[in-house]
Design a binder for this molecule. Structure first.
Ligand code: CU
Length: 260
């Protein structure tokens, strides 16, 4: 009998797991799959930086191995090997190659961080994110109409946390606000997170960021990424990407009965 009870419990928990909000998949050792165009920009920068770093590493290791094999002092000799101090071409090479490498990294990083922080001012959806100890309040505005806020409380399961519903193939502007301590808004599948700092005025560009969602629907895990107190680890939420039609009916029901 206890065995049957245990089996029933196992089955019940297995079913519960099937409904869970999936955690971002880091299993390939790469970034999780991106759900925004901005996430793709970060992924490309990340992969490009790794390729450049690995190529640099390969060249450096090859040079070290070459020097070890072909320039080892085999016999005890009194004289020094040829010295390269004040060799202008080699000194120039030492200076110019790193300079070019750093400039290339700087160029791509600056270009992409520019793209990532750009806010158009006329997004399809605006979301006010209010972080508090220890959950989130999401208020969505579409076509100038603001819906009822979705408010959460500390939970140990994404499924029970507040859920932010967003449409696919749309631009979404986030406005991040808190009035207690520093939090950080993080949806791993957006490949982006930003700290939410108390006391930052409305018009500070650091409070806002914009994304363009891709076409894939689904539910994605989100969390606070800044240790913000006792229940920080329970500051979980989820983002649900739905079709544009589904989003319209969600918004219609969400706005029914709200003040505006
Ligand atoms: Cu927090």
């Amino acid at each position: 009998m206890p065995r049957a009870a245990a089996l029933a419990l196992l089955l019940a928990s297995a079913t519960a797991c099937a409904n869970d909000v999936p955690e971002a998949d880091w299993s390939r050792g790469l970034l999780p799959e991106s759900i925004t165009t901005q996430g793709d920009v970060v992924t490309n920068l990340w992969n490009g930086a790794w390729i450049a770093a690995l190529a640099t590493g390969a060249v450096v290791i090859a040079l070290i191995v070459w020097a070890c094999i072909f320039h080892t002092k085999r016999k005890a000799k009194a004289e020094l090997p040829p010295q390269v101090r004040y060799n202008l071409p080699i000194e120039m090479l030492y200076t110019l190659v790193p300079l070019v490498m750093v400039s290339v990294f700087f160029f791509f990083t600056a270009r992409d961080s520019d793209t990532l922080t750009k806010v158009s001012g006329n997004p399809d959806v605006k979301v006010k994110v209010e972080a508090f100890q220890w959950s989130w309040r999401f208020t969505t505005t579409v076509d100038g109409k603001t819906g009822k806020p979705v408010v959460g409380m500390p939970v140990s399961d994404y499924q029970q946390g507040p859920q932010l519903v967003l449409p696919v193939n749309s631009t979404v502007e986030f406005d991040l606000f808190t009035d207690d301590v520093i939090h950080s808004f993080w949806v791993p599948n957006m490949i982006f997170k930003r700290d939410i700092i108390p006391g930052i005025p409305d018009d500070n560009p650091g409070r806002k960021f914009e994304i363009k969602t891709l076409g894939e629907t689904g539910v994605y895990a989100g969390r606070c990424a800044e240790l913000c107190g006792a229940d920080h680890s329970r500051m979980l939420f989820s983002v649900k990407l739905v079709s544009q039609d589904e989003f319209k009916s969600y918004i219609a029901s969400n706005q029914a009965g709200s003040a505006q």
